[in-house]
Design a protein around this ligand. Structure first.
Ligand code: NDP
Length: 341
């Protein structure tokens, strides 16, 4: 049965991104076929949907860096038809067709069994951003940071990674300082678990080599001057988990916090994590992420609205997480591929 997908094609002008109709025969290789019910809009999805980024590394490419759904067919020994699964990363939307399609064929080894605590919609409410937030929280613990050491700073707090990080860290007992450029979201962040709100402008400008020692830890999805400021304000022995670059991919920082305070900068990548690390992150989410808080941070949109949501996330206008209902079979006629503007 034909299904809708968001496909990125290479053109002489650059990239064309739009809805197309596809069939199973056009999918890529893999031992497992999944009926995709939900995907999400992550920052990287916004970049891919813009048609201006180097996210796809081969063409054509189906967008969507994550998905959740049920196994339709498989020869993978660890899976059976009907199993509910989630996929984060592994090159989805980059080198392998991703989640913005009703069907996906992937190696079964990439699929995490959905924890019983979550529906597929909730798994995508968490999505790659939330799973990465969990990896950041685990990284802080791995490097010895603990709530009794002092407050934790979360940057980009009203975004996807930030929202889930705030909720997880509060549940783990931290005093959470949420940095945001959106003062209107203060009540939202306090509901999620923030104890204090910090205007992100305080972290946006060039950092002093060593600032006042304030934070025992930080989860940073913003990079650039913001991460440099977080590092310079870490207490002796503090830890910052760095996963994103919403402000920029540069790191204009001093070595002083490292050599005089022994702070640790822990890099976090989610795409190629091995299965045990993925399961640990999803187990943490199943244990510590409150369903009501997850609902509070989630907006659900129909597949048709994915381009608007992609533009909004790049403009910093998305609060929390956006779930995309990929839904049933072909419900609309083929839409023309719209050249990305
Ligand atoms: P969102 O857009 O949902 O959140 C990013 C937040 O960063 C915004 O909501 C905003 O928070 C803040 N922000 C945006 N622009 C600026 C700016 N110029 N200066 C300071 N703060 C800014 O994105 P996600 O949470 O989905 O992703 C965040 C980052 O993490 C991205 O760079 C993404 O690519 C990366 N990422 C990396 C992964 C990995 O594997 N390492 C996996 C997932 C995400 P506020 O409004 O509160 O100020």
């Amino acid at each position: 049965m034909p299904f809708r997908a968001v496909r990125i094609d290479k053109t002489e002008q650059g990239q064309a991104v739009g809805f197309v109709t596809m069939t199973d025969a056009e999918l890529m290789d893999g031992d497992t076929l999944v009926d995709v019910s939900h995907s999400a809009v992550n920052y990287k999805d916004g970049l891919a949907l813009s048609g201006k980024s180097p996210i796809p590394r081969r063409f054509p490419m189906v967008a969507g860096i994550d998905f959740a759904g049920a196994v339709a067919e498989t020869t993978h020994p660890g899976l059976k038809k009907g199993d509910r699964v989630v996929l984060n990363g592994h090159g989805a939307s980059e080198t392998h067709f991703g989640g913005y399609a009703r069907r996906a064929r992937v190696p079964g080894a990439w699929l995490v069994p959905l924890p019983a605590a979550f529906t597929p919609a909730q798994a995508m409410a968490i999505g790659t951003a939330g799973y990465t937030a969990a990896l950041c929280v685990l990284a802080l613990g791995r490097h010895g940071a603990k709530p009794s050491d002092g407050p934790v700073l979360v940057t980009g707090a009203a975004g996807g990674v930030g929202s889930v990080a705030v909720a997880l860290l509060k549940k783990a007992g931290w005093h959470v300082v949420a940095s945001t450029g959106r003062p209107a979201e203060a009540a939202y962040l306090k509901d999620l678990g923030a104890d204090e709100i910090l205007d992100r402008a305080e972290l946006s400008d060039p950092a002093k080599p060593l600032g006042k020692e304030i934070y025992a830890a930080a989860v940073d999805s913003v990079g650039s001057h913001t991460l440099a400021n977080a590092l310079s304000r870490l207490k002796r022995g503090g830890v910052a988990a760095c996963c994103g670059m919403a402000q920029g991919g540069d790191l204009p920082a001093s070595v002083m916090p490292f050599i005089l305070r022994g702070v640790t900068l822990a890099g976090v990548e989610s795409v190629m994590q091995p299965m045990p690390a993925r399961r640990t992150a999803w187990d943490l989410l199943a244990r510590d992420l409150d369903g009501a808080k997850l609902a509070e941070m989630t907006t659900t949109i129909p597949f048709d609205k994915v381009f608007e949501a992609g533009a909004a996330i790049l403009a910093g206008k998305i609060r929390g997480r956006t779930v995309v209902e990929i839904g049933g079979g072909l419900t609309r006629p083929r839409l023309p591929a719209c050249a990305a503007s």
